[in-house]
Design a protein around this ligand. Structure first.
Ligand SMILES: C[S@@+](CC[C@H](N)C(=O)[O-])C[C@H]1O[C@@H](n2cnc3c(N)ncnc32)[C@H](O)[C@@H]1O
Length: 312
């Protein structure tokens, strides 16, 4: 979509950190801008995956579009966050480690946490090193390295994608358009749920129309936005505000406060939407990361439940 190319010109370019052999550059550059969309999306994604599992009776397979180094898989499947991973990769002693050695350490690291999610993850990204890394450290079960903006999926790509139940993306719409969604949807065996966190500067209409042609109804979560990151500098801030205002979007209290804001779009078969509209499926909790003192947490359910005291 030509429109996305024009809109992208107002955003800073980070292409050089997307295709490094490991995620150190990604976490240090985006972490320094308080990139947080995987963390703020995570509780919402968890609720949606649980709802999908309840509806079908099967633990879903998630296809993460623009999966990069497998971060959404890490924060869903393991008790980790972008913030915590950033500290790991920013540790000065990590800077001297060779990429192959880091991959070995990371296989152990990711393998050392209990699983907290039920979904399995596969990924799609244009970046070969990022996808290979995510698969090699065990975050993704499988990965597709491809650019469906430029070409159709190969038979082996279709085979890998075919079992996905949920198509997820954070920070990727804008790089990908309806072309990628069409290619993905046409590779699937079953009608998926499509969950997209999308910066407000990228209109979602063309993607929603492509999904509608394939039988999915799109809802936008009303009354909630999700912070993606801070603007990098004054130039990006000024350009993005101008772009949003040209689109007729009021930035007061949102981007005008210095942070990119994403919205949540979820597309599902009509009967699933009729059974539970999006507003009933998800609850957004504000301030969940602001408490600093000790708190009580209940883990597990029913007779298995335990109450734990979590220190600050
Ligand atoms: C801002 S990063 C988001 C990564 C991850 N989802 C997250 O939120 O941390 C954007 C990702 O989109 C990927 N990307 C760019 N163009 C793409 C395309 N045509 N198809 C698939 N992925 C693409 C980049 O390589 C990069 O990994």
């Amino acid at each position: 979509m030509q429109q996305y190319a024009t809109l992208n010109a107002s955003k800073a370019n980070f292409d050089n950190i997307y295709d490094q052999p490991d995620p150190r550059g990604y976490f240090s550059v985006l972490g320094a801008l308080d990139y947080m969309i995987p963390d703020v999306a995570e509780p919402i994604i968890r609720q949606i995956l649980r709802a999908r599992e309840k509806r079908t009776g099967v633990a879903p397979t998630v296809l993460d579009v623009g999966c990069s180094y497998g971060i959404n898989a890490a924060v869903h499947r393991l008790p980790l966050s972008f913030r915590r991973l950033r500290l790991r990769y920013a540790n000065p002693d990590m800077a001297a480690v060779e990429p192959e050695e880091l991959a070995r350490l990371d296989r152990n690291y990711y393998g050392s946490w209990p699983h907290t999610g039920s979904a399995r993850f596969i990924g799609l990204d244009i970046s070969a090193p990022a996808v290979r890394y995510a698969v090699s450290v065990g975050l993704l079960d499988a990965g597709v390295i491809a650019n469906f903006e430029r070409g159709a999926p190969r038979p082996e790509d279709r085979r890998t994608l075919s079992g996905a139940d949920v198509v997820l993306s954070t920070g990727c719409v804008g790089y990908v358009t309806e072309r990628t969604f069409a290619a993905v949807l046409d590779s699937l065996e079953r009608p998926p749920w499509v969950v997209s966190f999308v910066l407000r500067m990228f209109p979602y209409d063309a993607i929603a129309a492509t999904l509608a042609e394939r039988g999915l109804v799109t809802e936008k979560l009303a009354g909630a936005t999700f912070v993606q990151r801070r603007f990098r500098d004054l130039t990006e801030f000024g350009n993005c505000l101008a772009t949003l205002e040209k689109l007729g979007i009021d930035t007061t209290g949102l981007e005008a406060e210095g942070r990119f804001q994403a919205e949540l779009f979820v597309s599902r078969p009509r009967e699933d939407v009729a059974a539970a509209p999006l507003g009933k499926l998800v609850t957004v909790v504000s301030g969940r990361n602001r408490t600093v003192g000790t708190r009580y947490v209940r883990v597990g359910r029913g007779t298995e439940a335990q109450v734990l005291r979590v220190p600050s």
